[in-house]
Design a protein around this ligand. Structure first.
Ligand code: PLP
Length: 352
């Protein structure tokens, strides 16, 4: 606290990111990063961009990347917005598209950046409880509102709804913006990008941080019809005209075009997830059905904080949320099979 702060700073509740400690031999399964390095083509493109040209500003429109993304989906470049991580894209979405008279609806258990942005931008939110099975339920969203945002698959549960469910939600809310945050969609869910041409109220947000192995590069994007993208452009150009630097633009474009790397590694991660799920259930864990690069699991005999602390003492980091209904769950990012085996061996030691 300081008398020098603008008044709003006193009211903020900043997002608490998973820790990034430097511990030798650490098995890091706490922030849903990829256990695999990014496409070698992305690394090479970044190296090639790393030179004299850095004295020049980057392309303010990030055109090559937007063209590559638009091309994949058969969309126009004007229907793609890119930003410095999907967190920044989401920030612009909250400010530019989700601040209306009615409350913004999102699940009570979801990505914890949403309430942070609501505070920052003065947006009124109404939290919609997940059902007993931790599912989002269509009928619970049948209420007056200004807009809706939800991740699909949801975080930190990992549970996905099918495309037909998303379409039903869109049909029920033709006069509200519906944002689907697809940070984890590449690990087994269906993307709502297929619906963008049909629904003028739909915006879909993606990130390069998970399925492209580029959390350190900070690139994300949104796809939607032009009026929605125009709003984001207006906010961006009132905030930072050059969100993607030259290295990020080169690396993300090369990563996007390396379809083979992408498919190979997400397939590996999904296979490891199925293997880890079976192994955890064999040890007595309840594991929610995950379509993401993490599992959400609890053990009937041990509390969440206990287990997380015991794992940490063995240099294995997982994420734990001290929140209602999910306090005994651990969110475990999918590592390599070797890392998953280290986790399982540690759990065997802890559980006896
Ligand atoms: C990781 C994550 C993001 C943010 O990704 P960045 O692109 O790294 O900022 C957004 N939404 C959800 C649900 C996430 O889990």
């Amino acid at each position: 606290m300081s008398r020098f702060w603008s008044p709003i700073v006193h009211t903020l509740s900043p997002y608490v990111a998973g820790e990034q400690p430097r511990i030798a031999g650490l098995v890091k399964l706490n922030t849903n990063e990829s256990p695999y390095g990014p496409s070698p083509r992305a690394v090479a493109a970044i190296a090639a961009a790393n030179g004299d040209a850095l004295r020049l500003y980057p392309d303010p429109t990030s055109l090559p990347l937007r063209q590559a993304i638009a091309g994949t989906y058969g969309l126009d470049v004007g229907e793609v917005f890119v930003g410095n991580g999907s967190d920044e894209v989401l920030a612009h979405v909250f400010q530019g598209l989700l601040n209306h008279d009615g409350p913004l609806l999102y699940p009570d258990i979801t990505y914890s950046f949403y309430p942070t942005y609501c505070r920052l931008y003065g947006i009124t939110a109404r939290l919609v409880p997940l059902d007993e099975g931790f599912q989002v339920r269509l009928e619970d969203y049948r209420q007056p509102c200004g807009a809706i945002i939800l991740p699909n698959p949801n975080a930190p549960t990992g549970i996905a709804r099918p495309l037909a469910w998303i379409e039903a939600l869109l049909d029920e809310h033709p006069d509200q913006v519906v944002v689907i945050d697809e940070a984890y969609v590449d690990f087994g869910a269906e993307s709502a990008i297929a619906l963008v041409r049909k629904y003028p109220n739909l915006l879909v947000v993606h990130t390069f941080s998970k399925s492209r192995g580029l959390a350190g590069l900070r690139v994300g994007f949104a796809v939607g019809q032009r009026p929605l993208i125009d709003a984001l452009e207006r906010v961006k150009d009132s905030f930072n005209s050059y969100p993607l630097d030259r290295l990020a633009l080169a690396g993300a474009t090369a990563a996007w075009l390396d379809r083979e790397w992408f498919d190979h590694h997400r397939t590996l991660i999904m296979a490891s997830r199925e293997r880890l799920t079976v192994a955890l259930r064999k040890r007595g864990f309840e594991v929610l059905p995950s379509a993401a690069n993490f599992v959400f699991a609890r053990h009937p005999g041990r509390s969440g904080p206990d287990l997380a602390a015991a794992l940490r003492a063995r240099a294995i980091l997982v994420r734990h949320f001290a929140k209602d209904r999910i306090g005994d769950f651990l969110r475990i990012s999918i590592g390599t099979d070797a890392e998953c085996d280290q986790l399982l061996a540690a759990l065997d030691g802890i559980l006896g």
